[in-house]
Design a binder for this molecule. Sequence first.
Ligand SMILES: C[S@@+](CC[C@H](N)C(=O)[O-])C[C@H]1O[C@@H](n2cnc3c(N)ncnc32)[C@H](O)[C@@H]1O
Length: 189
Amino acid sequence: MKLQRVLQYAQFLLRQTVEEGDVVVDATAGNGYDTVFLAQLVGEKGHVYAFDVQQQAVNSTKNRLHEEGLSERVSVILDGHENVAHYINERISAAIFNLGYLPGSEHDIITKPNTTLKAIESLLGLVKVGGMIVLVVYYGHEGGKEERNQVIEYVSNLPQKKVHVLRYEFINQKNDPPFIIALEKMKEL
Ligand SMILES: C[S@@+](CC[C@H](N)C(=O)[O-])C[C@H]1O[C@@H](n2cnc3c(N)ncnc32)[C@H](O)[C@@H]1O
């Protein structure tokens, strides 16, 4: 298979961007799969800040990190990603979002347009030139299309000399398959 699947491609982008010792953000920790992936990429000297608004997600992420022996290089924060700037005052190299609801939970706690956009804006300030923000956009659930539309509208209007904005999407798949938005920072905003 030559075309990478959406989740593979998200990981490929992060691997291209993140180096050992970096500081990075998992904006939607959920069950912690991306948090573990990022913790492996940054190595012992790096740090991951992982955010989620659900205690269940925080617990699940912490357990997964513990099992993998990676807890020390991660701060798992029970708070919204819109508050990321309250917790981080250093440059990050990358951030990932998985928009939507926590797999295996009720579908009533979902990412929302206002807070997602606020988080993207803050992260664009924190990320260093050459860094990357990756969003995996799930939009099949109730409220998902509204969030998708607002995210597309916002990122489409970012200044092209300062941020390169990519959409990676399979356009013949049924049932609202997720797609990727990747933002590569080229200059300070
Ligand atoms: C699609 S899931 C994330 C899946 C996760 N990346 C994984 O590997 O399992 C989306 C998560 O975003 C969380 N969430 C919703 N609103 C949020 C917010 N404002 N800040 C941070 N997390 C939020 C939900 O609780 C949910 O766990």
